[in-house]
Design a protein around this ligand. Structure first.
Ligand code: ZN
Length: 252
């Protein structure tokens, strides 16, 4: 009953539309009908079916708009990625510093990390024909046993949190391969630490952070052959940046 009433109401609306608009609506209905019926359709039938067909066209238009809006949402998701996740707690074992003394997974020295590719690694060069400008880390056995962040009850996804190793200002970007990348520039503007292939990102461009602030989680976004953290230190060299071996900084 409700449906019939709505249909009548719609017919009334359509019937008051007159002039050039009505001609356009009529030809729209005729085009729609000829898509399904392969023979000429008398005008009377078109007039009779017009309201129903216009309703169908209206619904199709709504569906189309909703689809386009959803697709736009899906494709712009990576851009909003960095603000969708709630950050875990900072690691208090880091002390506020402008010099990257610790490794970005926490712990003392290199105890929490296993190195899968060194700075200027010859195997890496042989494989990819590129100089490796940072060091690649994965968590060590000691990390899984001892890391407070990893073993925190709220870490239900077993994320590997990556912590900033210096105080400074954040820049976030996705490189040409889609790697979620965080750079932290120290307050003097002389050194920056770079974290690549992150999965979740907890900080955003322009944010001031201290050493021990979680910047994201270890992942394999971008040019990566598996989950690991690419950790890089660049030092200012006049107006360019020169990567140096991060292991030279990490205190044992
Ligand atoms: Zn790397």
């Amino acid at each position: 009953m409700q449906k019939i009433h709505q249909s009548n109401h719609f017919t009334e609306i359509v019937s008051v539309i007159d002039g050039p608009l009505q001609a356009i609506l009529n030809s729209l209905v005729r085009i729609f009908l000829t898509m399904f019926l392969p023979f000429p359709i008398p005008d009377e039938i078109i007039m009779e079916l017009r309201a129903s067909i216009l309703q169908i066209l209206f619904i199709l238009l709504l569906v189309l708009i909703l689809t386009v809006v959803s697709l736009i949402g899906i494709f712009t998701l990576p851009l909003t990625h960095q603000v969708t996740t709630i950050a875990p707690a900072s690691d208090s074992s880091f002390s506020g510093t402008d010099v990257p003394f610790q490794n970005p997974l926490g712990g003392i020295g290199l105890s929490f990390v296993r190195i899968t590719a060194y700075f200027h690694d010859s195997d890496y060069y042989a494989q990819f024909g590129l100089w490796h400008e940072g060091v690649d880390f994965v968590p060590s056995d000691a990390y899984y046993k001892q890391s407070t962040a990893y073993n925190a009850p709220k870490n239900v996804n077993h994320d590997i949190d990556v912590f900033s190793t210096i105080n400074g200002v954040v820049t976030y970007y996705q490189d040409q391969y889609g790697s979620h990348t965080i750079e932290v520039l120290n307050n003097e503007g002389t050194l920056k630490v770079i974290f690549m292939h992150l999965n979740d990102v907890f900080v955003s461009t322009g944010q001031s952070i201290t050493a021990g602030t979680p910047v994201g989680t270890m992942g394999d976004t971008g040019f990566s052959t598996g989950e690991h953290l690419h950790y890089q230190i660049d030092i200012s060299n006049n107006d360019s940046w020169t990567p140096i071996d991060p292991l030279g900084y990490i205190k044992q």
